[in-house]
Design a binder for this molecule. Sequence first.
Ligand code: ZN
Ligand code: ZN
Length: 212
Amino acid sequence: MKYQIIPVTPFQQNCTLLWCEETNQAAIVDPGGESPLLIRAIETLGVKLVKVLLTHGHLDHVGAATRIAKHYGVPIVGPHKYDLFLLEELEEQCAQFGLEGCLQFTPDRWLDEGDSVVFGNQNLLVRHTPGHTPGHVIFFSESAKLASVGDVLFAGGIGRSDFPRGNYADLISSIREKLWPLGNDVQFIPGHGPMSTFGDERQTNPFVADRL
Ligand SMILES: [Zn+2]
Ligand SMILES: [Zn+2]
């Protein structure tokens, strides 16, 4: 599996294209905005998009989901249904932040703990990781040792838990009980900022290091 990170929106959200080299099929994680830029990237790579995957319902992660899904005629998959309340107020939220062109939607498929998402020969394991939002999920490729973790964990930081229906204790247990068991050697793509590994964060992250 290969990947390319394409930061979008004023929030510099790490929208990520994942693709299977054997079949050329691709999935896009968190197309938060700037659909023309994302479509150009997909065309330039020459991959065939088959799914839109969402980690959670915040506007900088889902703002262009409908446009991308319609453009390619592909389903929107995720997040967990507990984020429905965020999707229901999407257009309102986008207007507040001055982001144009967000369209309301309901995913074609909600995700839950232990689900799998497939594109080409690639299989992604889904873990339900509440705390930043109640319906947050992460995607994990066992074979690539790569995780797309949205706003759960950052290099040197953790997601905010002060948004509506956020919960600090849930966030910490999501990180320790759902992410760490995937392995210290797992590289992760956070929703914002640079990549890191779970092992490095367990050593040095000021919020969730093992010594704390
Ligand atoms: Zn978020
Ligand atoms: Zn975010």
